[in-house]
Design a protein around this ligand. Structure first.
Ligand code: FNR
Length: 185
């Protein structure tokens, strides 16, 4: 039997009724059995300050340790002002330090962006990919996932109601499973 992959899921929105959290929960349901998706919270992380590397806040250490043991990292995020939300950038920066000890290195990654807008968070998706290149996270190129009109895709309980989107997300997770198996170090 295939090894079960521990996939750390980072949701870029801190909002209680976040569409992106709905997307992340849906991806967890649709993932192949060989993947276990776990949302790793980022809202409790103090803002990164390099001075803190001497004596890091417990929340930074716990986050770094959790990412370090994951097999892969999946980012599901909204776009804020055509870029990544500050909370997500903060988590990326915290995980990347202290210098030379990045928790992200070599984890096979994937990026999903969702927005009520028509271009589905394209700007955030690609700004995030720029950071992932530097962080040595090999991010799956295809399929790309820009989920536009995302406020219309879920019911009041956060359940996906659109069959086309379900099929697309299922295919995305199947491709990501192959990506992880191919790129695991
Ligand atoms: C947004 N929103 C937004 N949407 C978008 O498509 N492109 C953008 O650049 C922005 N910029 C932006 C900035 C800020 C500060 C906020 C609060 C919002 C709208 C955003 O897509 C919308 O609020 C989503 O619902 C956010 O995702 P969650 O929180 O529902 O997952």
């Amino acid at each position: 039997m295939d090894k079960i992959r521990d996939v750390a899921v980072i949701v870029g929105s801190l909002r209680k009724d976040s569409i992106n959290r709905h997307v992340a929960n849906t991806l967890a349901e649709l993932a192949p059995a060989a993947m276990k998706l776990n949302i790793i919270e980022i809202g409790q992380l103090p803002i990164y300050n390099q001075d803190g590397d001497e004596n890091p806040p417990a929340a930074w250490t716990a986050f770094r340790d959790r990412i370090r043991v994951a097999d892969a990292v999946l980012f599901v995020t909204p776009e804020h002002n055509r870029s990544v939300p500050a909370a997500l950038k903060n988590a990326l920066d915290i995980g990347s330090r202290p210098y030379g000890k990045s928790a992200w290195s070599g984890k096979p990654g994937a990026v999903v962006t969702a927005s009520p807008g028509g271009i589905g968070g394209f700007g955030a998706n690609h700004h995030l990919r720029q950071s992932l290149v530097f962080l040595d996270v090999p991010a799956m190129a295809q399929p790309e996932a820009y989920i536009g009109g995302a406020d219309k895709l879920f019911d009041a309980n956060g359940k996906l109601t659109n069959d086309g989107t379900r099929k697309f997300l299922q295919g995305f997770m199947q491709a990501y499973a192959v990506w992880i198996a191919t790129n695991a170090r």
